[in-house]
Design a binder for this molecule. Structure first.
Ligand code: DX5
Ligand code: ZN
Length: 221
């Protein structure tokens, strides 16, 4: 199943619940929560209190993307009844196996993210233990950047690694995705699509519906 996870990083924070209401009305599946610490990435976004301010205001599950150093320290803070995924960066985890087990022990699905320049081979010994791999298609830190084309090849390779291993792990793609290029990432094998600026510009409900329309045409093929 193809899912849309709009990133609230591009929402108007002064009217966050309204923005989330728009994507929910449009039919979005997940809320992508971009947490940045100013160390792992050169920008600071928000922490768990902002995410938790949405508790009970939406039925959509949280898809937490931690762009922070030493994520183990903060995992518990992001666990709520609505938290479906917590994704950590391979580059930020010294003991990735331990961190992934830690996430799962909290009753949450575990994701591992790779920066554009990080090779897929870092996943060789962890693939069976993760629920989702996030292929970054921009260098993390900011919304509204340009999609890096070589990441398509990385998604294709990852999907064939998973198929060979008999795994149906989710592949998420994040950064620079719009209605104009989303078919390319679907073709390559991604099934959880993050979009920030493309959803939250102008009418977020209409933009969400446009993505979902493309997904359903794609699934009917
Ligand atoms: C990048 C973040 C993304 C970003 C996506 O560091 O992880 O989730 O907000 O925004 P767009 O879709 O505008 O590239
Ligand atoms: Zn993200």
């Amino acid at each position: 199943m193809i899912q849309l996870a709009p990133s609230i990083l591009s929402a108007d924070f002064s009217r966050l619940a309204e923005g989330v209401g728009m994507i929910e009305r449009g039919g979005a599946h997940l809320i992508h929560v971009d947490v940045m610490d100013g160390h792992f990435v050169p920008n600071i976004s928000f922490g768990s209190t902002v995410m938790k301010s949405l508790n009970g205001k939406t039925k959509m599950p949280y898809d937490v993307h931690l762009m922070i150093e030493d994520p183990d320290k903060y995992l518990e803070d992001f666990v709520t009844d609505q938290t479906e995924y917590i994704t950590v960066h391979q580059e930020a985890c010294i003991h990735l196996n331990r961190t992934v087990q830690h996430i799962r022990s909290l009753g949450v699905k575990a994701g591992v993210a790779l920066n554009p320049a990080t090779p897929l081979c870092v996943l060789d010994y962890i693939l069976e233990d993760v629920d989702m791999v996030l292929i970054m298609s921009v260098n993390p830190g900011f919304g509204g950047q340009k999609f890096i084309p070589y990441t398509l090849e990385k998604i294709r390779k990852l999907r064939s690694m998973l198929n060979e291993a008999g795994l149906s792990t989710d592949i998420q793609v994040d950064g620079g995705i719009s209605a104009a290029n989303v078919r390319d990432v679907l073709d390559a094998g991604a099934n959880v699509i993050v979009a920030g600026s493309a959803v939250f510009k102008n009418d977020a409900a209409a933009n969400t519906r446009e993505f979902l329309e493309i997904f359903s045409q794609y699934q009917e093929r």
